[in-house]
Design a binder for this molecule. Sequence first.
Ligand code: FES
Length: 103
Amino acid sequence: MLVCSCNFITDREIRDVIIDMLNEDCWQLIVPGKVYRAMEKRGRCCGCFPNVVDIIIQTTEDYHRNASREDERVCDFMQRLRNFHDEQKNKMAAIRTARPKVA
Ligand code: FES
């Protein structure tokens, strides 16, 4: 499924990059900019970033579940990631409402 129409990036490509990053350091904080940098792309309109964050959360959760990590540590990490996601969503919403409307 196409996630980023500006760069023609699919969810599969995003997941593959996230898994590569998790294989390098499974506890690093992954954000859309980091994923796009790894693909040598950059956000243009950034409208896809909330969906990319959802993919990051789901992929990271699946990665740790499959790796049979200690459940307590995974839950803590996932809660931190969800908090970060919520903060980013709020910031994006604030930016969108602050932008002047173009007629
Ligand atoms: S849709 Fe991804 S940068 Fe525009």
